[in-house]
Ligand binder design. Structure first.
Ligand code: SAM
Ligand code: SF4
Length: 330
């Protein structure tokens, strides 16, 4: 799959649910209305879609959400897609999770062929973590889940959204903890996706400034590795671990974009920051053949936009896009 700008699409981010057991302030509103179950792709439909993308050249799939581990039947999906890795049809199957259920799932995920996971931890302070998750998150449970994943042999990358006045005093501590535990750390700028109650322009913290401040205490050696994604990486000399910064608002990272996203309802988005989409569920449910499904995907790729135009709208204080990250998949 080559798009009109010559970019090869090899990475699929597949959302398996819009639901979550947490309500992170930057991601969801307090009283989210979730989709009726019938709207969600079944596990069979998810497998069929994923397999079609694999046939078209996708080499890496990330399961996301919402919280992928709250989706009923998710392990069946993981086992089926893990089989593609075992058969050499896929290089990597991975997952982004909030870790609340990892204690239960870590060993099964590893057994099914997952090698690396991303875990979101915005704060190590119990009260701050509770606040960010609107009273639902227990950092003790999250850390126990991460420990279980480590014991199961999974490589872990920690993601933390940088929130002004909330966790901006904790980055040194996160770097230290990740160093001790052997995890890489990626800081993420807030993106203006979906209504979340509260003012995102007040939470927005530019990571350029954060990094300049960190450089007063840590030796950050620039790395040239590129994942085709929006992160820039440094090696932290003192810990040996990587620090990534995802800065969608301050840098343009679209030139090397290799990914597309499919929502839990089977809508294919060619860009996280644009509205263009194609409804693959209707092709699936109309009894479309493998060839028709492939055709629908290829037509969509032919319209992959050049880049996003995110902007935190200070005038109107509205999100740039109405859909939440939990719908499109982070
Ligand atoms: N529930 C899982 C988790 O939290 O890791 C997976 C889904 S979550 C939507 C994926 C990632 O998106 C998380 O790292 C989360 O912090 C990030 N995220 C959600 N909303 C965001 C926003 N508005 N701006 C930046 N990152 C966001
Ligand atoms: Fe749930 Fe992840 Fe969104 Fe937090 S960021 S509310 S854990 S989906």
């Amino acid at each position: 799959m080559i798009d009109p700008f010559g970019r090869s699409v090899t990475y699929l981010r597949l959302s398996v649910t819009d639901r979550c057991d947490l309500r992170c302030v930057y991601c969801m509103s307090e009283d989210m209305t979730f989709l009726p179950r019938a709207d969600l792709l079944s596990i069979e439909e998810l497998v069929r879609l994923a397999e079609t993308f694999v046939d078209l050249g996708v080499r890496k799939i990330r399961l996301t959400g919402g919280e992928p581990l709250v989706r009923r039947g998710v392990m069946e999906l993981v086992r089926r897609l893990g089989g593609f890795v075992g058969a050499g049809r896929l290089d990597e199957l991975t997952l982004t999770t909030n870790a609340t259920q990892l204690g239960e799932f870590a060993a099964d995920l590893a057994a099914a062929g997952i090698r690396r996971i991303n875990v979101s931890v915005d704060s190590l302070e119990p009260e701050v973590f509770r606040g960010i998750t609107r009273g639902r998150g227990d950092i003790g449970k999250v850390l126990a889940g991460i420990a279980a994943a480590k014991t199961a042999g999974l490589k872990i990358k920690i993601n933390a959204v940088a929130l002004k006045g909330v966790n901006d005093g904790e980055f040194d501590n996160l770097i230290r903890w990740c160093g001790e535990q052997g995890h890489d750390l990626t800081l993420i700028e807030t993106m203006p996706l979906g209504e979340v109650d509260g003012d995102r322009t007040e939470q927005y913290l530019p990571l350029d400034a954060v990094r300049r401040d960190l450089e007063r205490r840590w030796t950050l050696e620039p790395l040239s590795i590129s994942t085709g994604g929006p992160a820039t990486y440094w090696r932290i000399a003192e810990t040996g671990r990587l620090l990534g910064c995802i800065t969608p608002l301050t840098h343009n990272f679209c030139e090397g974009c290799n990914r597309v996203r499919v929502t839990c309802t089977g809508t294919l988005y060619m860009c996280l920051g644009q509205e263009d989409s194609v409804d693959l569920r209707s092709v699936l449910r109309a009894g479309g053949s493998a060839a028709e499904l492939r055709q629908a995907i290829l037509e969509a790729i032919a319209h992959k936009p050049k880049g996003h135009d995110f902007i935190i709208d200070r005038e109107h204080r509205r999100p740039a896009l109405a859909r939440h990250m939990s719908t499109t998949g982070g």
